[in-house]
Design a protein around this ligand. Structure first.
Ligand SMILES: [Cu+2]
Length: 402
């Protein structure tokens, strides 16, 4: 045997110490990560009946898994100790082949356990999918990289044109079942609000039902959970559940057109509205402000690969913007979530200005990239190199869109 060049020996204690430390760090990291106080996307803390049904199922399956785990571990330990080779005993153990009784037992037992799990899983699956005809239905459309919500407010049975269309924050009434029709405009996304229900894939050309129901009014956060391209990580969504009367008032207000700011009372916002009409009509609609220009410039279809940008008619009534990546309003109580009662408070000016100054710098969108062989459509919102006074005017105008 060739002798290897000798390595400088490390004192044994230090390497043992390091291994010991490493063995501590891993479980400790896991343990401490369970202590996060701010964990709003925790499936184990359900905030509505559908998420609770899943959580209950999980509790049961987990209990079974724990029993199986200990059973298998103890069995393994028992066999290792009981049948180990004993000192001075060099004989081969008696060679048997098969043990029908044992084999039948360990085939049947798991099958029975899995059948029980399957029974409760299927029952839960049907429970959380049941759609009632009277349920409020909202269409949820995945877009690169934000979520659009359409309410059939004109009652024609279709969603989109002529209806209330919003983005980022999905507003629902609390305490009732809400039926979401999840679909996509471009690639596959996945809609997930962990505290309200499981995930649902948003697939182009298909409509998938997803039920949500929030016990209490509040804000529930989630994120796109199907990799959907460049800004997948910046594609978030929130549900704002309101008491029924507030929800009805909200829906009523959303159906109103936006109002042109008064040039005498608010000249800055008025200038912003004019600038908006000339600069932004290629992609964005603010109903009541730029309908004609929006229509004339192709309803967003001529400039964007996705053929669709957020409807801004009631932009200022949302808590967040750009795929819920940024807060639109200052989080006054500092709990890291902009709630319904903080909307309309103090504007988060800095981030809105930064967005208008250079959107692709705030959120990767490949907005300047024109796909090869295609037309000149872009993805996302490009940088318009606006002047600072123009940005001020646009911000003043956008803040009026409540
Ligand atoms: Cu996505």
């Amino acid at each position: 045997m060739q002798s290897r060049p000798e390595r400088p020996a490390r004192p044994a204690t230090s390497s043992r110490l390091r291994r010991g430390r490493l063995a501590l760090v891993l479980p400790l990291t896991l343990l401490l990560s369970a202590c996060a106080s701010y964990a709003p996307q925790d499936t184990l803390r359900p905030k509505g009946p559908f998420a609770r049904a899943i959580d209950n199922l999980w509790d049961g399956v987990f209990a079974i898994a724990v029993v199986v785990f200990f059973f298998v571990q103890l069995g393994t330990l028992f066999i290792i100790i009981r049948f180990r080779r004993r000192h001075g005993d060099d004989e081969l153990p008696s060679q048997t082949h098969g043990n029908p009784r044992l084999e039948i037992a360990w085939t049947l037992l798991p099958a029975v356990i899995l059948a029980v799990v399957a029974f409760f899983t299927l029952r839960t699956l049907f429970d959380i999918k049941e759609v009632d005809e009277d349920d409020l239905t909202i269409r949820v459309v995945g877009q690169q990289w934000w979520w659009e919500y359409q309410y059939d407010t004109n009652g024609d049975g279709t969603f989109g044109e002529g209806d209330v269309v919003t983005a980022n924050d999905l507003v629902i009434p609390a305490g009732v079942d809400v039926h979401l029709e999840v679909t996509s405009n471009d690639v596959i996304h996945s809609f997930w609000i962990p505290s309200l229900n499981g995930k649902m894939d948003a697939v182009p050309g298909r409509v998938h039902p997803l039920m949500i129901n929030a016990d209490e009014p509040g804000t529930y956060v989630g994120q796109c959970t199907e990799f959907c391209g460049l800004s997948h990580a910046y594609m978030r969504q929130r549900v704002i559940a309101l008491p029924m009367d507030e929800f009805e008032a909200w829906l009523e207000a959303q159906q109103e057109d936006a109002e042109m700011p008064d040039p005498d009372e608010d000249p800055e916002a008025f200038a912003g509205a004019e600038l908006f009409t000339t600069q932004c009509s290629g992609c964005h609609l603010a109903r009541g402000i730029n309908d004609e220009e929006f229509e004339a410039q192709g309803n967003g279809e001529e400039l964007l690969v996705a053929r669709n940008a957020p409807d801004l008619t009631h932009f200022a009534s949302r808590g967040t913007f750009a795929g819920a990546t940024f807060d639109l309003w200052v989080d006054a109580d500092g709990d890291e979530i902009v709630e319904a009662d903080e909307i309309g408070g103090e504007l988060n000016r800095a981030e809105l200005e930064a967005w208008l100054r250079n959107p692709p710098e705030q959120k990767p969108m490949a907005a300047d990239h024109v796909p090869e062989g295609g037309d000149d459509r872009v993805r996302g919102m490009p940088n318009f190199n606006l002047q600072e006074d123009q940005i001020d005017q646009l911000v003043a105008f956008l803040a009026t869109l409540d």
